[in-house]
Design a protein. Structure first.
Length: 134
């Protein structure tokens, strides 16, 4: 029981240092910092760091991302955005070879999800598996 309480305190089941992780593309063009364990209805943040990109840069979020998560805001605002069968496409202006995009999300479904983000042309796909607790 004490062990379970300790794991809860450090974030194994929700907020805390063990709940956060960073996933990167093999090319190193994208790094995503996110919570791997979320609570249904609780706000969370996903930070996307882009490296080696300058100018107009497209970020694609696959449809599996939108099933359990409601996207509440994106900063900076994309210059253009749209959706298609392969997911949501957002076009950002990236300066000096490095950029950061912050998404505020809210889980709307319980269970495991394995979503991905990509930057077409940068050779980067990042898998972001997470679990939503009730």
């Amino acid at each position: 029981m004490v062990g379970l309480l300790g794991l809860t305190a450090v974030g194994l089941f929700s907020k805390g240092p063990l709940s956060w992780t960073t996933a990167s593309s093999l090319s190193g063009a994208i790094a995503v910092h996110y919570e791997r364990v979320l609570r249904l209805g609780a706000a969370s943040t996903i930070s996307i760091d882009l490296f080696g990109q300058s100018g107009a840069t497209e970020v694609t979020v696959d449809p599996d991302f939108a099933k359990p998560l409601k996207l509440e805001s994106v900063y900076p605002l994309p210059r253009a955005s749209g959706t298609g069968p392969d997911g949501m496409h957002m076009l950002f202006e990236v300066a000096e070879g490095k950029g950061r995009i912050v998404m505020s999300v809210r889980p709307e479904a319980v269970g495991y999800a394995d979503a991905s983000l990509s930057v077409p042309g940068a050779g980067g796909i990042v898998q972001i598996p997470f679990f939503v607790f009730p």
